[in-house]
Design a protein around this ligand. Structure first.
Ligand SMILES: [Zn+2]
Length: 105
C-alpha cells in the first residue's frame, strides 16, 4: 500500500515533462514501482534536450532504468514522441520531429 502511494506521487511529475515524453516517463514509473524500496521521484524535467529524473532515495538498481528512459527521450520528439533530432534554436536545445521543428524556424 505504501508503494502505491509512492507510485501515485511519482506519476504526478509527468505534468512537468514535455508531452511527447510522458509515455516514456510512465513506463519508467511503472518499472521503478517494481524496485524495493520503491524510490520517490523528487524532480523530473527536460534538461538540455534530455530527460532528467532525480530520485529520493537514490538506489543503484534504478540507474539502468533511468538511463534507458533518457536514451528513449533523446530520440523522441518532445511534442509528439515521434523519432526526433536535436535542434539548437536561439541557444536552446530541444528534440523535435520534422513536423514540429517546422513552425519554429
Ligand atoms: Zn513531433
Amino acid at each position: 500500500m505504501v508503494s502505491r502511494l509512492i507510485t501515485a506521487r511519482n506519476q504526478r511529475h509527468r505534468e512537468d515533462i514535455p508531452a511527447g515524453w510522458r509515455p516514456i516517463y510512465d513506463r519508467l514509473v511503472e518499472r521503478l514501482a517494481s524496485l524495493d524500496p520503491e524510490p520517490e521521484v523528487r524532480q523530473a524535467k527536460e534538461k538540455f534536450a534530455s530527460l532528467s529524473v532525480y530520485l529520493e532515495p537514490w538506489i543503484p538498481a534504478a540507474a539502468p532504468l533511468i538511463e534507458e528512459a533518457k536514451r528513449e527521450a533523446e530520440s523522441a520528439c518532445q511534442v509528439c514522441g515521434a523519432p526526433a533530432k536535436m535542434y539548437n534554436i536561439d541557444h536552446v536545445v530541444s528534440r523535435f520531429c520534422p513536423i514540429h521543428v517546422g513552425p519554429r524556424r
